[in-house]
Design a binder for this molecule. Structure first.
Ligand SMILES: [Zn+2]
Length: 141
């Protein structure tokens, strides 16, 4: 960490244009420690991350469903070469797990040593606040 100039002052802003009104409950849920999905009232299809419109039957009649967050690891990858917006982060692990409720979720997997990560291991999706930004990540169960 010495000698080389750091890139810390180089801040890269990325904005995601998501209509917040339709997903507000999801963000509010994260603040309360809850993970919400949406379920189509017509065909019962579950969506995570939540969607306001059903891609299956094109209906827009969705209800909010709280997920247990519990699931099984399907796959993972260690990210060594990070995208520009994550240059200041140490290498991290991204994982996909199938949740009990049947939906798949993609998130960082933290609090577990690389060598202990196994396909099929039980994980839990938990809300996280990083620098006032709400997100979620997997932790081993
Ligand atoms: Zn539907």
């Amino acid at each position: 960490m010495s000698g080389m100039p750091t890139l810390r002052s180089r801040k890269l802003e990325i904005s995601y244009n998501i209509p917040i009104s339709k997903t507000l409950k999801f963000w509010e849920g994260l603040k309360e420690g809850k993970i919400y999905a949406t379920r189509c009232r017509r065909c019962s299809r579950l969506y995570f991350p939540p969607l306001a419109d059903c891609g299956e039957c094109l209906e827009s009649d969705m209800e909010w469903v709280e997920l247990s967050g519990e699931g099984e690891l399907i796959t993972f990858t260690h990210i060594i070469v990070r995208p520009a917006s994550f240059q200041n982060e140490p290498p991290y692990t991204v994982a996909i797990a199938k949740l009990k409720e049947g939906v798949k979720a993609l998130a960082w997997l933290t609090d577990v040593k690389k060598k202990d990560i196994k396909i099929g291991m039980k994980v839990k999706l938990v809300p996280k606040i990083i620098d006032d930004r709400l997100t979620y990540e997997f932790k081993p169960l």
